[in-house]
Design a protein. Structure first.
Ligand code: LMR
Length: 395
């Protein structure tokens, strides 16, 4: 049976990390996966996470099964983090399961949708995260795209986006990035979000909001504005969130899939289907990451420390945006790259050609996703000059 298999290409994002690790050039730079790095190129465990781990080791009483929804306390606290004091929580209309990372949340959302409406169509932005298409296709959905990014003017193409959303058939599904759009870094502003929410309500499509970078844009509440607004506007929606980036818990695989129904009775039915989807998939989520997040969110002291550490990561990335623009100018690049400072979150789209991306990798050991997405977190004061010089050379 296995002899029928054909070799597949490496994953466009994870495959880069493998190549980067194997590269022996001392000047190599990893701008591939969306993983935070400090000035020394390290991804250390957050101090608040270390403290939560010490507490967990001391207090953990059992490793017995938790059930398909995972930790109830985590689910409650992540709802508060994502939605604040929202009506959908007070009205008991939301059901959350903790999932193996944000990708796990998306896959569960896809399979949940497929059990409601087999083969439903989900519309994703063009461009979108390189794995969205694969995850939703694997869950049995049909994937279509709506316009999002204006490649020429390096900004959001809002008129085309909103016009396309108005044409989406009722009961189709639309994937939206809550903040820090991956890969473009360009987000709708508050007024544009209001328009998107109004269209979702009028048209009747199901919004699935992917929030993988809460806290990396303007702040925790600011970044969740779109989610809370959408939950105000529509009766039903799905939120997929991740603790990989904001808690630095990448390898622990902790995220959440939250489904909002029109009332508490509908939400109970949703829960029964959600639990079944999880049970036949991986039975139940890993517990460690959830325990750390619930400990941090349940402690004023650890939460304050986490807010500080998150702000530090956000500020460092924003500083590196400006530094790269300055270094490009210093190195004689005349093309306007100032758009880099107007983008949010971990990523920027450089807008260079696939050949130039390839040359950066082959000649300069600079690893960038093929779409010319760079993870700004991989830039530091010590490599920015080499990076700018290399970009200048390939331009
Ligand atoms: C990314 O977009 O680089 C991250 O979300 C990591 C991943 O899993 O692709």
């Amino acid at each position: 049976m296995f002899s029928e298999l054909k070799q597949l290409p490496p994953d466009p994002i994870l495959g880069l990390s493998v190549k980067y690790k194997a590269d022996t050039n001392p000047n190599k730079i990893d701008l591939g996966a969306g993983v935070y790095k400090d000035e020394d190129g390290q991804t250390p465990v957050l101090a608040c996470v270390k403290k939560a781990e010490t507490l967990r080791t001391a207090n953990e009483a059992s490793k017995a099964y938790l059930g398909s929804a995972g930790s109830a306390l985590f689910n409650e606290r992540i709802n508060q983090l994502n939605l604040g004091d929202h009506n959908v929580i007070r009205e008991n209309r939301i059901r959350t399961v903790s999932t193996p990372g944000g990708t796990g949340a998306l896959r569960i959302a896809g399979e949940f949708i497929n059990s409601c409406r087999p083969g439903a169509t989900i519309w994703v932005s063009n461009p979108t995260w390189a794995n969205h298409q694969g995850v939703f296709t694997a869950a049995g959905l049909k994937v279509e795209t709506y316009p999002y990014y204006d490649y020429e003017n390096k900004c959001l193409d809002f008129p085309s986006m909103i016009a396309a959303l108005k044409q989406i058939p009722k009961d189709d599904v639309v994937l939206l990035h809550a903040c820090c759009h991956n890969p473009s870094g360009m987000d709708p502003n508050a007024e544009q979000w209001q328009e998107i929410a109004a269209v979702a309500k009028d048209v009747g499509f199901l919004p699935v909001v992917d929030m993988a970078y809460q806290g990396f844009g303007a702040g925790l509440d600011e970044d969740a504005y779109s989610v809370r607004l959408m939950a105000d506007a529509v009766d039903e929606m799905i939120l997929c969130s991740s603790c990989s980036k904001n808690f630095g818990l990448y390898r622990e695989r902790i995220g959440a899939c939250s489904i909002i129904g029109k009332d508490a009775t509908a939400a109970d039915i949703i829960q029964s289907v959600l639990l079944r989807v999880v049970r036949v998939n991986y039975s139940m989520p890993p517990a460690h990451g959830a325990a750390l997040v619930e400990t941090i969110l349940g402690s004023d002291e650890l939460s304050a420390e986490w807010h500080g550490e998150l702000a530090e990561m956000r500020d460092r990335i924003n500083g590196m945006r400006q530094l790269l623009v300055d270094k490009l100018t210093e190195n004689g690049v005349t093309r306007d790259f100032s758009f880099i400072t107007r983008q949010n979150g971990m990523f920027s789209f450089l807008g260079i050609t696939p050949e130039q991306v390839q040359r950066l990798q082959e000649e300069y050991s600079i690893y960038i996703v093929g779409s010319s997405r760079i993870s700004i977190a991989g830039i530091s004061p010590s490599n920015a000059d080499y990076l700018a010089k290399s970009i200048a050379a390939v331009l």
